[in-house]
Design a protein around this ligand. Structure first.
Ligand code: BV8
Length: 367
């Protein structure tokens, strides 16, 4: 695996961080789309982000799926294809090695559904995929049928979903009147529920103009992308619905319904077991947490955005690794660190005292 040029990190800051790392018995990492940027996968809120040009309410909510499952399946078929093409980068491998060396004290909570952490050989027991996985599917009739399928890498899942061939297509027309007519009672209930969760942090706007602020080009790591290349912007992909249900993946069990990606959409609760396991990490009666790594996330999506605070309450010092220092949230300058740059370049340096050089890392099972 080719490593990007090590970043120039302030030596005193690095030494201070290494000191804490070497003494840490419990460490939690919270991952966002930025850790996979160097693998060529688009993030959500950046200039070329996945949400730019897409209406989140059309492609990542239950109402959107009910309203136009073909559109949502095209979005996810594209994401599956890009994730299959991508390779885990040094950051994914470094965290997998840390999990092996600090077992079971180190746990990764990832918001990413791209399957790159599992492919980097991250021990499963120490990896919580908060928002599910692109390659897990389930029947839309969870009660009457309940069919689930893990690790389906077929690409495309149906011939009709192979329509996104040429990424230079212009954006499919999103007709503002054609947005999902989400049930106002559902939205009001959801707003109440989320206000309860977020308290005064509750903000029922979607990604703001700030969210779409331009990101520094993510340096590419190895591979054929030249430095600074960016993954094709999602907004350039024609997402035209018009697919009928027959064009979509069918449930092999009940043969009466379509399948959906087993990911967590906005307004859906996390899988109960996952939410409970994540919360259990911060329970009162557990040992202190010395270190929390917040890697490549804008920390805008809940409950993931709240885990660093929970770690802090368990005594953790927070290390934010991000291309944009502005995305480091709620920092205490005297205790926390912000390492600005590409996670794939920074993490191997940060974790070196515990995981050694990449040559010493146990090779992953990635094919
Ligand atoms: C819940 C699906 C309750 C899979 C995702 C108003 C309306 C509706 C809901 C809400 C609302 N207000 C609050 C809510 C709650 C809502 C929420 O948080 N909304 C946000 C918009 C405020 N949360 C939910 O709905 C959650 N569920 O609350 O349930 C409930 C309880 C019981 C019963 C019913 C309901 C569910 C949230 C899950 C949403 N699903 N994804 C998929 O398609 O991926 S979220 C989506 O955003 C992804 O999972 C993604 O990971 C996540 C967060 O984004 P980031 O990963 O942070 O990515 P982003 O692009 O934002 O940032 C990238 C960062 O990387 C940047 O900081 C950048 O600088 C940095 N970077 C870039 N390159 C690099 C880098 N860093 C390092 N190196 C680089 N090279």
């Amino acid at each position: 695996m080719s490593l990007p040029t090590p970043p120039n990190i302030d030596p005193a800051k690095l030494a201070d961080f290494h000191n804490v790392l070497k003494q840490s018995k419990r460490i939690v990492a919270v991952l966002g789309a930025g850790i996979s940027a160097s693998s060529g996968l688009a993030t959500f809120r950046g200039t070329n982000g996945l949400w730019r040009g897409q209406d989140v309410m059309q492609v990542a909510t239950p109402a959107g799926f009910r309203h136009d499952p073909g559109l949502v399946w095209q979005f996810y078929s594209y994401r599956r294809r890009e994730a299959l093409k991508a390779q885990p980068n040094a950051a994914h491998y470094a965290l997998a090695e840390l999990a092996r060396r600090v077992a079971p004290g180190f746990v990764t909570l990832t918001q990413n559904v791209d399957n790159l952490s599992p492919r980097a050989g991250h021990p499963e027991a120490q990896l919580k995929q908060l928002h599910g996985n692109l390659f897990d599917l389930r029947c839309v009739d969870t009660v009457g049928c309940g069919y689930t399928e893990r690790g389906n890498y077929e690409n495309p899942l149906t011939p009709a979903l192979d329509t996104i061939k040429d990424e230079t297509l212009t954006l499919g027309h999103i007709d503002p009147d054609n947005r999902p007519k989400a049930n106002p009672i559902l939205l009001a209930g959801l707003a109440r529920k989320n206000a309860q969760i977020l308290g005064d942090k509750y903000d029922d706007k979607g990604p703001s103009a700030v969210d779409l602020a331009p990101l520094k080009a993510a340096a590419a790591v190895g591979g054929e992308q030249e430095l600074g290349a960016r993954p094709p912007p999602m907004s350039d992909i024609r997402l035209s619905s018009g697919l009928s249900k027959d064009d979509l993946p069918q449930c092999p069990k009940c043969q009466a319904n379509i399948l959906r990606p087993s990911v967590v959409w906005f307004g859906e609760a996390l899988a109960e077991s996952t939410a409970l396991e994540a919360d259990a990490l911060f329970a009162e009666d557990t040992e202190p947490i010395e270190l929390c790594l917040v890697i490549g996330t804008s920390s805008k999506v809940w409950p993931a955005a709240g885990y660093a605070e929970k770690a802090r309450k368990k005594g953790a010092r927070i290390a934010t690794i991000n291309m944009d220092a502005g995305d480091a949230k709620g920092l205490r300058p005297d205790q926390d660190w912000v390492f600005v740059g590409d996670a794939a370049a920074i993490l191997p340096e940060l974790l070196k005292p515990v995981i050694g050089d990449p040559g010493a890392w146990k090779k992953s099972t990635d094919s």
